[in-house]
Design a protein around this ligand. Structure first.
Ligand code: NAD
Ligand code: MG
Length: 381
């Protein structure tokens, strides 16, 4: 049995992880649950799954969680320090990182240093500090098991293959809710429109990133580090049905793809059960429901964020970290109606120009760059 610590258990990935665990009570147990502020759901989850430890990082809700769980054999903690302690605890076998944004970086690094297996949904961790995180993982003999569906697909396609024989990978993108809109229409879309994703039901931040294609940019950077590839080995292809989750092309021209319904419980289950496969208790793919799978090139003119992310990756150093921070601020502002769709792009571009560029960075530099870029981006909003 694997004992799992879930960072961000009240979010979209966190809730689906608990569903998977509930379906496989012999294989997995919940050791730690953490959330930022949704104390009501956190209390409900804790009462049902009885983890050893629960952490709420927003201190203002700590007493409510303590009182509600007082009769149960659960240790309740509050704040960042309690979170870091919980993920490094002796009884934890695997940390499923499903927090959103930069906030996931430090707990993931702590967990890696403590030798925990990592199931990684929090792609921002690798966008910000991919070089550092992958190096620490290899030094500590920790597997970084991808939860992101595209990366899970590539990971599965690479099983039994030689790294030197990989020619390139194709990361598929749904194209989001605005795939067919022209620039004039895109200038007027609101966050309500952006939150209506055609194929995936996800948290707010990643849903906005999907609408702007920034999510694909983040995923290219994530893939570059996870699979140790050169920039020119990664391509993005729009596939609106979200059935082919990604593909690997080998040196002989052969392509391998992984397919399935757009259901995050599948890559979550694979990351947790790896190297085994367990029975998936969710609906399975039916060919007659999908008589036609289509592919098209992404449009860099209508969706400039993808190109911005690729350029930040090419420049390297702390550029992706700056870009990620600016994007988090821009998405937050778009979600509260303080910015338009292309306003997000402008904020990111201006922040990239103004923030201090460092060709080489370590953890303290990333923390400082994130802080500086957030402050610059906020001033532009
Ligand atoms: P979400 O917003 O639904 O949930 C985020 C979770 O993180 C919540 O439990 C929240 O309490 C916690 N959290 C947020 N900020 C925190 C902080 N500062 N400190 C501590 N906890 C904090 O997000 P989500 O859609 O589940 O996505 C989580 C991560 O997984 C993101 O990095 C996203 O890009 C990635 N991802 C999500 C999906 C999906 O289908 N939702 C798919 C692929 C990858
Ligand atoms: Mg994805």
């Amino acid at each position: 049995m694997k004992r799992i610590a879930i960072l961000g258990s009240t979010g979209s990935i966190g809730r689906q992880t608990l569903e998977v665990i509930a379906n496989h009570p012999v294989d997995f147990a919940v050791e730690v649950l953490t959330a930022r502020s949704n104390y009501k759901l956190l209390i409900e989850q804790a009462a049902r799954f009885l983890p050893a430890t629960v952490v709420i990082t927003d201190h203002s809700h700590l007493e409510k969680v303590k009182t509600a769980l007082s009769g149960l054999p659960i240790t309740v903690g509050g704040g960042q320090e309690a979170l870091e302690q919980a993920v490094t605890g002796d009884r934890v076998d695997m940390v499923l990182a499903a927090m959103v944004g930069f906030a996931g970086l430090i707990p993931v690094i702590q967990a890696i240093k403590a030798g925990k297996q990592i199931a990684l949904a929090n792609k921002e961790t690798l966008v910000v500090a991919g070089e550092l995180v992958t190096r620490l993982a290899s030094e500590n003999k920790v597997d970084l098991l991808p939860v992101d569906s595209e990366h899970s697909a590539i990971f599965q396609c690479l099983m039994g293959e030689q790294h030197a024989e990989v020619d390139k990978i194709y990361i598929t993108a749904s194209g989001g809710p605005f795939r067919n809109l022209d620039i004039k229409a895109l200038e007027k879309v609101t966050f309500h429109d952006a939150l209506k994703h055609p194929t995936w039901n996800m948290g707010a931040k990643i849903t906005i990133d999907s609408a702007s294609l920034m999510n694909k940019g983040l995923e290219v950077i994530e893939a570059r580090w996870l699979f140790n590839l050169r920039h020119e080995q990664i391509d993005v292809i729009v596939h609106p049905q979200s059935i082919v989750h990604s593909l690997v092309q080998f040196c002989d021209g052969s392509l391998k793809a992984q397919l399935g319904l757009p259901d995050m419980r599948l890559p979550i289950l694979y990351a947790m059960s790896y190297p085994q496969r367990l029975n998936g208790l969710f609906p399975k793919f039916n060919f007659t429901d999908y008589p036609c799978l289509t592919f098209e090139a992404p449009d860099p003119v209508r969706f400039p964020n993808l190109a911005i992310a690729l350029e930040a990756m090419r420049i390297g150093g702390n550029m992706p970290c700056i870009m990620n921070a600016a994007n988090e601020i821009a998405v937050e502002a778009f979600l509260s109606d303080r910015l338009g769709f292309y306003g997000m792009t402008k904020i990111i571009e201006k922040t990239l120009q103004k923030a201090t560029f460092l060709p080489v960075a370590g953890l303290s530099e990333y923390i400082e760059s994130d802080r500086e870029a957030r402050s610059i981006a906020s001033s532009f909003v």
